[in-house]
Structures are given as C-alpha cells and as structure tokens.
Design a protein. Structure first.
Length: 517
C-alpha cells in the first residue's frame, strides 16, 4: 500500500472532526460568513505557536566551542536580562515577519486562544511571570529586541509588576505615569522612548490610564479571590487606594492645578512638563485621550464579606486625605441594580468624550475607531522646538515618519486590540448606568443608543473589516497588523495573525448576544 493511498479519506476525516469541534464552539446564530471569518481567525492563532529559544546568559558568554564574541556584545541589548532563559512554545504575533514573543500582544492573543485552548492560554500568561522570564525587579519582558522596553501592563496577573511601574514610571511621585514607549509607537508629538528636545518629561494620559486600568484588574481579581478567602479583601482595598490616588492626580498634577483633562475641549491630553516649572497641554486628539475610559469596573456590596468594615476604612482614609473626598463620594454612589463603580471617567467626562469618539469626522470609521482623529487631516498639531518642527498629521494608512522604523503607524489607522478594550469598557459602563445613559450614534445623527448597544455597533464595524459587504466584497481577506482608518484596507505586517485574531472573540460575543434575544 502506498503512503498516500488513503490521503483523501484521512483528510476528509480530519475536516469532519474539525467541523464537529467548531460546531460545539460557534453560536448557532452566526451567519456562514461570520463562521468562516471566525474559523480563519482561530486557525491563524493556532498556527502562530512557535518554539522560541533564547538564553541571554549563553548569548552574552558565547558558544564555548566557538571563538569568543566581541566585548561589545556584553554591553549590547538585553544585557540587563541575564536571567532570562526561554525554551518554550509561545504564541507569536506573526511567525513570518515577527517570529518572537511580545508580552502585551500575547495578553490579547490569550483572550481568543482561551476559546479554543484554555490550558495553553493560561500557561502563556503564567510563563511571562515565571522567574526565568520576569525580571527580579518585577518588570515583565517586553519583546526580543528590547526586553526592557515598557508596554501597557495588560498582563495584570502579577501584582509585583505594579510595584516596578510605580518605582520607575512615576517621575515625581505624583501618581501620574510617563511610561515612554507604551506600545503606541508614533502616536505622540515626540518619540516617547527618547529624551525630549524640550527637556523635562511628559505626564502621559495613556500611561496613567493604563496604571488605573491595572488597578481595576487587580481589584477585580482580589474580589473574585475573596469569595474563597476573605484575606484578599485587604488587597482589594490596597488597590482601591491606589486607584483613588491616580484619579485625583489626573485632575490636579502635583497640586499645581494642572490637569490632564482639558475643560475647554472636554478631552484628555498629555501634558509636557518643563524642566523649570509649569506644563503645556499637547492638544492632539488621539487614542491617548480615549484610554482613560478603559479604567472602569462595577461591583456589588454583597461581594465583600464585611462591607461595613470596608466602608469604615475608606472613611478613615478620607479623613486623612480630604482631597480624596470627591473621589470616594463618586465611588460610593450606587447605580443600576445597586452596583458601585470605579472609573476614571464619570458621566460628565464620558459624554463629551463620546461625542468625539462617535463622530465620523473624528474617530469613528465605518470599520472601527481610529487611533487619531480625522480632525488632524486639515488641522495638524505642530510644535517648533529650537527651530525644528514637530507635527502630528492624520495618516490613515502608512506612516510618513521614520519614528520606530516607520513600519508602524498609530496616527489614524484602526488597531484591533485597543478597539476591543473600548468595546469591553462600554459594556462595563452599561452595568452601572443601564438605560439611563444614551449616546448619539453617530454624533449628529439624532439616533441615541444605550452604552451596550453602542458596544454592539462598534463590534459590528470591526467584524465588517472581514465580512462581505452588499457587493460581496471584503475590506480585508486574511490577517494583517492594522487597518486603514477610512476604507479598512489591511496595512502593516501581512501575516499578523496575533491580536487581529480578537475578531474571533468579537464574533463569539455577538453570536451569544443574539441567542439571548
């Protein structure tokens, strides 16, 4: 019998097995096209597993059987990560163009992978926190070319990482954070991974908001764990305090009456702090001003074993920190279904932000939310420093800047992971506000929707990147890194099966929501 005599029979059997497996996962309410797109996203995620081997100590020492490496290697990249020893199968952003792990990409990968391989997703998150990966100072490795770079702390399962961020990124002890790179590459006026041409530093709206979001996740986990062990209620309270400090600081930097929230524009901006004194609000309408909306969670008083003690300790805290009284007052105000909410944005900020967010001449695209407002197409933000012009233009596709190699662009395109977080945040706000708060969608249309339905609309626009339109055409067929801010065309790495695979999770959620109708 030949090796391929039963080839067709074997493949038919494997196809039938795969179809049966996914039939148990995919909601029955999905269209055939949605099923196809979701299957393709799952396939891309599973295909992107790859063995990754990198022992930093061995690399720096060199191979004992070969001539010694040049002395410059010991002073090169990753020399401070001598402990890191990787020899694991890891989910890669892209096995073809980016065949290495990236920690904040990986966090998003695991959301989708959990739908089809829960054990692998869990092991990936734990791996980043193992002693042979995580730095002794608590930092999580970023990616191969620079383990020490700083990304948003979306792997919030390791509390020690919070300590590292506080120690390194809070420049003046004001509970505001300037994380420099932060994974958003060229989104700012300046290269945020390099010294500023003005001197000083940037109080980052997004950096501070990522930290608030980290606190939210720690609080959420502590509440869940406290159901089995009340001792975790102390950890819950610790991060509540951290969150309150951050919330208050965003409104009054260093008690100098400088705020990341611009009252005139009703939007969050980065603040450039000068070496001498004072600061300048850099009025770029970008994702930087939307990320504060990510930091939100709701909970019920019954989740705590001893609500009275919690309330008493919070009041004690306010007596010693009277400037926190307004933050606490907001936190203890009940919303829908007797739920409490911790958030950087309350109604008076969420509503004006949403007007920018849902305006099709600003952030809202037919295919999701742009990383930079289209307003800057005709109104670029320009700063002149020492005779050099620094500017931010709306660029919906490729970058016109050499910043970060010029092969990544956050000045207009649509990025799946940050859109996914926005959808999730809107659903959390809905748990608190319910039908009481509605948003005009799109801005100027006269059509008002609840926060939950706005989340559905954004999800559908993101899914529409891949599904057929009324003419049977797709904006994108395949997996790419990010998407054109106006027409949804695929841009960036052309085999990026990583966080783009989040579309599978969006499709899953939409299918399950239809089952509830």
């Amino acid at each position: 019998m030949g090796a391929f005599d039963k080839f067709d029979e074997l493949f038919a059997r494997r196809i039938a097995e795969a179809n049966a497996y996914y039939a148990n996962i995919q909601p029955t309410t999905l269209s055939d096209d949605e099923r196809l797109v979701q299957r393709q996203a799952f396939a891309g995620m599973l295909w992107s597993k790859q063995f990754f081997h990198y022992d930093v100590a061995e690399w720096l020492r060199g191979d004992s059987a070969q001539p010694p490496p040049p002395d410059t290697r010991r002073k090169g990249r990753n020399r401070e990560w001598y402990h890191l020893s990787a020899h694991h199968v890891i989910s890669m952003p892209d096995k073809w163009e980016y065949p290495w792990f990236a920690a904040w990409d990986l966090a998003f990968h695991c959301v989708t992978l959990a739908l089809v391989d829960l054990d692998f997703a869990k092991d990936q998150l734990l791996l980043m926190c193992r002693e042979w990966f995580q730095h002794p100072n608590g930092q999580l490795a970023a990616y191969e070319w620079a383990f020490g770079d700083v990304n948003p702390p979306v792997l919030a399962w390791a509390a020690v990482n919070f300590t590292w961020w506080v120690n390194r990124k809070d420049e003046e002890g004001t509970n505001l954070f300037g994380g420099r790179f932060l994974g958003l590459d060229n989104i700012g006026v300046f290269d945020r991974s390099a010294p500023l041409p003005t001197g000083g530093y940037i109080e980052q709206s997004d950096g501070t908001s990522w930290m608030a979001m980290f606190c939210i996740y720690m609080i959420d986990m502590a509440l869940e764990l406290s159901k089995e062990d009340p001792a975790y209620e102390d950890i819950f309270l610790k991060y509540v305090y951290h969150f309150m400090y951050i919330t208050a600081a965003m409104q009054n930097i260093g008690e100098e009456h400088i705020s990341l929230w611009d009252q005139q524009d009703e939007f969050f901006y980065d603040v450039l702090r000068f070496p001498s004194h004072g600061g300048l609000s850099m009025k770029v309408r970008s994702l930087v001003g939307l990320i504060p909306a990510y930091a939100v969670m709701t909970f019920e008083d019954r989740v705590l074993h001893n609500w009275a003690e919690f309330y008493q300790r919070v009041q004690w805290f306010v007596q010693r920190r009277p400037e926190m009284s307004r933050v606490v007052e907001r936190m203890l105000k009940k919303g829908t279904a007797n739920r409490y909410m911790l958030s950087l944005c309350r109604r008076e900020q969420l509503l004006p932000i949403s007007r920018y967010l849902l305006d099709e001449s600003e952030f809202l695209s037919p295919y999701g939310v742009r990383a930079l407002s289209r307003y800057h197409a005709e109104h670029p933000y320009i700063m002149n420093v020492g005779g050099v012009e620094y500017r931010v233009d709306y660029m919906p596709a490729e970058s016109n800047s050499g910043m970060f190699g010029g092969n990544s662009n956050w000045r207009g395109p649509i990025w799946m992971p940050v859109n996914y977080l926005l959808v999730e945040s809107l659903r959390r706000y809905y748990l608190y506000y319910g039908d009481e708060v509605t948003l005009e969608f799109p801005t100027g249309s006269g059509r008002h929707l609840t926060l939950d339905l706005v989340a559905d609309e954004l999800s559908q626009r993101l899914i529409h990147i891949f599904t057929r339109d009324e003419h049977g055409r797709r904006a994108v067929f395949g997996d790419v890194e990010y998407f054109h801010g106006d027409n949804g065309r695929g841009v960036g790495a052309s085999h990026q099966t990583g966080w783009t695979g989040l579309v599978a999770s969006l499709i899953q959620e939409q299918g399950e929501r239809r089952l509830q109708l």
